[in-house]
Design a protein around this ligand. Structure first.
Ligand SMILES: Nc1ncnc2c1ncn2[C@@H]1O[C@H](COP(=O)(O)OP(=O)(O)OP(=O)(O)O)[C@@H](O)[C@H]1O
Length: 313
């Protein structure tokens, strides 16, 4: 165990924000917390970083962070030093630790190579793309051998493609460097891509904390299921016809767990088909409800009748 949070509570004024939060993070693991805006994700990171005091509860580290192995918090706006080059931004933590010039050159260049920034070593932050600035910030954090890396919305300024590529890159980097990493984000997809475990924080507190597949496949409540992606709520008769079991008091499926096949006598009618690149989003009316289906292999059109099959994954 690297970090143990127990029964953490935090209010601002008389508004409770974090309620009875408990979880542990194993050494070298990456975890992410997702949740709606304002639910307290940044506050949780700040408490772990020691920048904010909890009202009650405890934060215990397996190995106490030290000057040699600090906790580094990387905020969404990266906070690079605008008047320093890429090289000097990355070197900063080593200079403050009085590392020799030769050693700094060696270590910074190795990091710049790894983060694909060697060509930009003399550039200033203003001349970098958002993705490059983001990599400088991570390189600057990684170079001081952090015991723990805390990332607050690390991809907030990146476009979707770059976001997902960067999430994978951070995951590879985290594994390579073996740094315990905690990230908070709005985006469940990037959380899944970069984490061993994902925590969903909702108004009531930490609703669930589990590996990505588990939390997506067997959410503890309908609220968690909904936060992690779209769900179809089915009436009982239709659910039984399709073989969908009750979970958390409701019959529901993910859009990708329904398959459609063209059938003139089918129970559903296609109301809308939206091409989204690697999948098509169909809206289907069946037995009085509107259902969403994501599929990559169907050529049915609006107005067609279809049958539905539930694929239990
Ligand atoms: N220092 C503070 N004083 C008073 N209220 C605060 C303070 N810091 C945060 N808050 C409030 O606490 C709540 C949680 O804020 P926090 O930044 O932790 O949320 P978040 O989940 O990270 O949100 P977002 O996803 O929008 O960044 C918000 O309502 C915020 O306005």
């Amino acid at each position: 165990m690297f970090l143990e949070i127990k029964k953490l509570n935090k209010a601002f004024g008389n508004k409770p924000i974090l309620k009875n939060i408990s979880f542990t993070v194993e050494e070298g693991c990456a975890v992410s917390f997702v949740g709606p805006s304002g639910v307290g994700k940044t506050t949780l990171l700040k408490i772990i970083a020691g920048l904010e005091e909890p009202d009650s509860g405890t934060v215990n580290f397996g190995n106490l962070p030290s000057k040699e192995n600090p906790i580094i918090l990387v905020f969404q706006d990266y906070l690079l030093f605008p008047t320093l080059t890429v090289f000097e931004n990355v070197a900063f933590g080593l200079r403050t630790r009085k590392v020799s010039g030769k050693e700094i050159e060696k270590r910074v260049m190795a990091h710049l190579e790894y983060f694909q920034l060697a060509e930009k070593r003399k550039a200033y932050p203003a001349a970098l793309s958002a993705g490059q600035r983001q990599r400088v910030a991570i390189a600057r954090a990684m170079i001081v051998n952090p015991a723990m890396l805390l990332l607050d919305e690390p991809f907030a300024n990146l476009d979707r493609n770059l976001k997902l590529r960067t999430a994978e890159f951070i995951r590879d980097t985290q594994k390579e460097f073996g740094v315990t990493t905690i990230a908070v984000t709005h985006d469940q997809e990037e959380a899944f891509l970069m984490s061993d475990k994902v925590g969903v924080i909702l108004e009531g507190g930490l609703a669930q904390f589990a590996p990505p597949r588990e939390i997506y496949g067997t959410p503890i409540s309908l609220d968690v299921a909904r936060f992690l992606g779209p769900v179809n709520i089915l009436p009982e008769a239709l659910a039984q016809k399709l073989g969908v079991h009750k979970q958390n008091g409701e019959y529901y499926t993910r859009p990708e767990n329904l398959q459609i096949t063209a059938c003139a006598e089918g129970i559903g009618e296609i109301k809308e088909a939206i091409f989204a690149g690697h999948y098509v989003k169909y809206t289907i009316e069946a037995e009085g409800v509107s259902l969403i289906v994501f599929t990559s292999d169907s050529d049915v059109r609006c107005g067609d009748r279809v049958n539905l099959v539930f694929k239990n994954q």
